[in-house]
Design a protein around this ligand. Structure first.
Ligand code: IDP
Ligand code: MG
Length: 149
């Protein structure tokens, strides 16, 4: 079982794209275990994007992610890291394949709509950075037998 942290970034909310983006993840068969609207603080943004500190786009990235509310989503399941990264598409929407979220909804690397964890280790860590245990739900879905063999 892997966990992935998804962030629908401020541009996704401001452009009214929460529904269309969530629909793609949900229709794929992915299981949401936590979901909330929040305003990311400067401190949380710097922690979450700590690996990018020192890069030329870091200051812009922190101000982008803290500029307006975001929707954070925790997803759990087998192979969810690679499944979601493939659904999200390349970092730069200008180069992302059609059919991916970034390839269908974005044009610019600085406004690429969505974050998705890039490894099982980072997924587990990022989910616990954004969610308390009490905000993550364990439940069964009757459709699971039709989603996974
Ligand atoms: P990812 O989101 O596809 O994992 P990363 O390389 O981890 O991409 O970069 C994190 C975020 O930093 C990107 O999603 C994007 O918002 C921003 N970013 C990355 N490279 C650039 C850039 O060259 N210019 C502006 N923003 C960038
Ligand atoms: Mg990344």
């Amino acid at each position: 079982m892997e966990r992935s942290l998804i962030i629908l970034k401020p541009d996704a909310l401001q452009r009214g794209l929460m529904g269309p983006i969530l629909t793609r993840l949900e229709a794929r068969g992915l299981k949401f275990i936590g979901l909330k609207l929040m305003q990311v603080s400067d401190e949380l943004a710097r922690k979450h994007y700590g690996v990018h500190e020192g890069k030329p786009f870091f200051a812009g990235l922190v101000s982008y992610i803290t500029s307006a509310p975001v929707l954070v989503v925790a997803i759990e399941g087998k192979d969810v890291i690679s499944i979601i990264r493939n659904t999200v598409g390349a970092t730069n929407p200008a180069q992302a394949a059609p059919g991916t979220i970034r390839g269908d909804f974005g044009v610019n690397i600085g406004r690429n709509l969505i974050h998705a964890s890039d490894s099982p280790e980072n997924g587990a860590q990022e989910v616990s950075l954004f969610f308390n245990d009490s905000e993550l739900l364990a439940y069964d879905r009757s459709i699971d037998q039709w989603v996974t063999e």
